[in-house]
Write a protein that binds this ligand. Sequence first.
Ligand code: GUN
Length: 285
Amino acid sequence: MLIDGKQISQSLKDEMKVEVENLEKQYGRRPCLMVIIVGDNPASRSYVRGKIKATEYVGMDGHLIELPEDCSEERLLQEIETLNQDQKVDGILVQLPLPKHISEDKVIAAIAAEKDVDGFHPENVARLWLNQPCILPCTPKGILVLLDKAGVEIAGKKAVVVGRSNIVGKPVAKLLLDRNATVTIAHSRTKDLPAVCREADILVAAVGRPQMITADYVKEGAAVIDVGINRVDGHLVGDVDFESVAPKAGAITPVPGGVGPMTITMLMQNTIESYKLRVRKPFGL
Ligand code: GUN
């Protein structure tokens, strides 16, 4: 079975569109996402365009703040502080990576935790691991939605996550653990990685190595989630060798059209959730 992230994402956005319309009627303003990009990395530009386009689709306000490559860290921190204080801003996203002279850690920590719709702020990360209410990072959240929509059972199953990044590997492992999967986090130093992966009922590939996961990594009938977005000879391929793995997998996400669209859709959802918390508090923050 092909897990069609594009279609699932489309139907979720259609639902959000209706919800946003109702929210605007009820509270007199639209949810608002501010996206900051520093410099002109082409991949980053394309990602932020997708994010702004999605805000337009669901009927929210979406604005792009473009800062030059040589923008100082101080200037960026000032921009963030202005958005933190702005009662009409619900979500703030700073597109990563940032130029080397700017500390990503410092910038992420400067975003008000309740507007951190990426879920990258240390407070949100801590809250996730402590089982406290928090904003969940978009890609891991989207992966769980895909598994649920595809009817993949999680409780009691063996999940192997390949990759241990702060953005995907670690948080998706935590979300699978919360759903009572038995979770292994594997990585480049894992011994006999194919054998470890072959144990998985649910295999999440988030390593950033094009087509690394071949059929011999996959148990017959496993659900395979491909988080990779790799540009090879001008086209996109995942971390999974789709052609060899698809016949063996019980369910699999394609690249493009799998996890990617879900990440953006979960960003819209996080912004709406952040908006609701804000408008329902009588005195703003
Ligand atoms: N760069 C690559 N992925 C992401 C993401 O999810 N959020 C941000 N802010 N930057 C990214």
